[in-house]
Design a protein around this ligand. Structure first.
Ligand code: KG4
Ligand code: ZN
Length: 339
């Protein structure tokens, strides 16, 4: 069985083909980073237009990579939500139309289920059940996963998602878009002992998160410490790195504390971490250290599958297709869609 996956929920156009016998057989990814960089964030209208431009040529490219025709496929999976309405609509309408023209089913996929299952694109796959920490630009959630489609949300962010907090904090301290990975890189040269940021919502029970206060804390520290420093001076550069480092540590510690709690609460010892922020090396280091102490296991997607991509949508679509969850002729788009 072969499924084409289409991802267009935000600023990446991702297309891939997953074969249930051979695994991933073709994939391409086009990032719109350059297009949005001058605006300091994703411009939804520009994102939609660029998906329109890129999607069909990318579909042709993956088919060529795999040596297949559209009619050799068994289904077309597309991200139906959550995400930017216009961007989603491009993938949904194109995916549904391709499926119709090839006379195969179309499968609407939840973007976060794509992230959640991304570690299964590689071996060893995590076995069910497990606790999942989904950390992306739009979501921060702890989920008890009993099986595919059996998800219980244990906790989530009450304000900014972890990736969003990384991006906004990066912007506040003057880093270019996309800020998350830039901030993480800068944090490597920071002194972790210089500033101590709070660990929000860790002093009370529960598994929810709140990251917007940390962003404000970073801004206030930046204003207070950097106001007198000369532009371009080594002191300013070091202070920014120290703030980035303190911020990253606070986010990572908070995530690790809540993961430990979720594992304890569910009695599970397998943790799956996915979504853009799961590429963060400090988070991986911390969770590995914690898992070793607790005698548990942690699984991640490979770095290329942490952020948005077509492979995870093809994989999740394959599972949904096998479960018979296809969409008649409707074009399904849900900008807001709980998992
Ligand atoms: O999963 P994703 O590609 O898109 C959403 O579904 O939101 O995640 C993107 C997010 C962005 O906020 C980005 O800054 C963050 O993931 N991110 C990182 C790192 N790489 C990507 N955050 C921290 N450290 C990183 N290395
Ligand atoms: Zn995503």
């Amino acid at each position: 069985m072969k499924v084409l996956g289409i991802e267009t929920s935000c600023d990446e156009t991702g297309v891939a083909i997953y074969d249930d016998q051979q695994g991933l057989i073709a994939q391409v990814l086009y990032s719109q980073i350059k297009l949005h960089a001058e605006y300091g964030g994703v411009v939804p209208e520009l994102a939609s237009r660029d998906h329109v431009r890129k999607l069909i040529p990318l579909v042709e490219e993956v088919l060529q990579q795999a040596g297949l025709k559209g009619s050799d496929l068994d289904g077309v999976a597309y991200t139906a939500g959550p995400g930017l309405m216009g961007a989603l609509f491009v993938g949904a309408a194109t995916g549904r139309s391709l499926a119709w023209s090839w006379d195969i089913p179309a499968v609407p996929v939840h973007h976060m289920e794509g992230h959640l299952l991304a570690p299964m694109l590689d071996e060893p796959k995590p076995e069910f059940p497990f606790v999942a920490l989904l950390v992306s630009g739009g979501h921060t959630q702890l989920i008890e996963v009993k099986n595919i489609g059996e998800y219980t949300i244990l906790g989530e962010s009450v304000d900014d998602a972890a990736g969003e907090a990384f991006d906004k904090t990066a912007k506040l301290i003057g880093l270019p878009y996309p800020g998350g990975p830039e901030l993480a890189k800068l944090a490597e040269s920071g002194d972790v002992t210089r500033y101590k940021f709070p660990r929000p919502m860790c002093d009370r029970p529960g598994l929810d998160f709140s990251f917007s206060g940390l962003k404000t804390f970073a801004r206030n520290t930046f204003i207070k410490e950097c106001a007198e420093l000369e532009k371009g001076s080594p002191e300013l550069a070091q202070t920014r790195a120290d703030i980035a480092c303190a911020f990253q540590h606070a986010v990572v510690d908070t995530l690790a504390i809540k993961c430990k709690r979720a594992l304890k609460q569910t009695g599970l010892n397998r943790l799956v971490v996915a979504g853009g922020v799961s590429a963060n090396s400090e988070l991986r280091r911390k969770l590995a250290e914690q898992a070793e102490k607790l005698g548990g296991e942690v699984f991640y997607p490979r770095p290329a599958y942490c952020t948005d991509n077509g492979a995870m949508i093809a994989y999740a679509g394959m599972q949904r297709l096998k479960a018979g969850q296809i969409a008649d002729t409707q074009v399904i788009c849900k900008p807001r869609w709980p998992l």
